[in-house]
Design a protein around this ligand. Structure first.
Ligand code: BDR
Ligand code: CA
Length: 305
């Protein structure tokens, strides 16, 4: 049976790939999408989410989530994802509208209506998930699990110590990691192993569907932006969560306790991995079989317009 998920996205380039993969794989049932501030301001991440869904024919409802972090001042990722948050593709005039209900309430209502069945998939800052947990303390025991992109067992990418999604709202991350919910963490340790190299770009460049055209125009921007920031090839951070749900055997994981640095200025937003003897509560991605990841994306493309 397909896994019921809610995607909580700050739609930039790799979030877009996560939406494409979730929409094109029969292993996934997308119940709805919530946009959160992150790669850009909320108005832009919401518009990007709606545009991607409309272009690929994804009918699931889209909601607006939180427009700022819980405590810290807002930081956005415009240096990578551009002025729009998804620079590169040109989208048709948007028709799809967001739902009136707040995204945090959508998360709570959906989990309460489907106890132990919903997997939350946050691929941006954890602000919406933390708010949902604070509003509905039963949430951590009623979700099936949370499969998130964020953090790192080693270096960061936004600072030397912190990965962007955690750095953008460390207090929210502390609430989520401390909630007791079953968590799978796809951090930089694993996502940096899945990169779009020249061969792979050339292969996708030959695809002619409108989904592939959007992907290729997006990746043209993403590749340049990543090069400007010192990475040779761009990483497929966010879709690793979807690939993990569709086929966990693609990844190797270890159990750790994860704590978030909230006090040290220099290390603010760092994820500390504690227990290494397998008794930790967070399943942390360590290794990825990139070829098998790409096969899943290939399959998703074949099922989308
Ligand atoms: C994360 O930060 C964002 O820029 C990406 O969308 C991804 O979720 C990687 O650190
Ligand atoms: Ca993201």
């Amino acid at each position: 049976m397909a896994e019921k998920i809610i995607l909580d996205v700050d739609t930039g380039h790799d979030d877009m790939v996560a939406i494409v993969m979730a929409s094109g794989l029969e292993e996934i049932e997308l119940m709805g999408l919530v946009a959160v501030v992150g790669n850009q301001i909320l108005e832009k991440t919401l518009a990007n989410t709606l545009k991607v869904c409309e272009l690929i024919g994804q009918q699931a409802p889209v909601y607006a989530g939180m427009d700022r972090p819980l405590v810290r001042p807002k930081v956005i990722g415009g240096d990578i994802h551009g002025e729009s948050g998804l620079d590169g593709p040109v989208f048709p005039t948007l028709v799809k509208k967001p739902q009136a209900l707040h995204g945090v309430h959508f998360i709570i209502e959906t989990v309460l209506a489907n106890p132990h069945e919903i997997t939350l998939v946050p691929t941006g800052p954890l602000t919406d998930i933390a708010m949902a947990i604070r509003l509905e303390p039963r949430l951590p025991s009623l979700v099936k699990r949370i499969v998130l992109m964020g953090g790192s067992m080693g270096r960061g990418n936004r600072t030397a110590h912190a990965e962007f999604n955690i750095f953008a709202d460390p207090e929210a991350a502390a609430i989520v990691f401390g909630s007791g919910a079953p968590i799978v963490m796809m951090g930089l340790d694993v996502t940096l192993q899945v990169v779009l190299d020249e061969n792979r770009s050339a292969t996708y460049g030959k695809l002619t569907t409108r989904t592939a055209a959007m992907f290729n125009a997006s990746m043209a921007h993403y590749i340049q932006a990543c090069r400007r920031h010192g990475s040779e090839f761009p990483a497929m951070h966010d879709p690793c969560c979807i690939a993990y749900i569709a086929d966990p055997s693609i990844f190797t994981t270890e159990f750790h306790d994860i704590e978030i640095e909230l006090h040290d200025r220099e290390k603010y937003g760092k994820t500390y991995a504690g227990t290494t003897n397998g008794s930790g509560t967070v399943q942390v991605g360590i290794g990825a079989d990139a070829d098998r990841f790409w096969k899943l994306l290939d399959r998703a493309f074949t099922r989308l317009p």
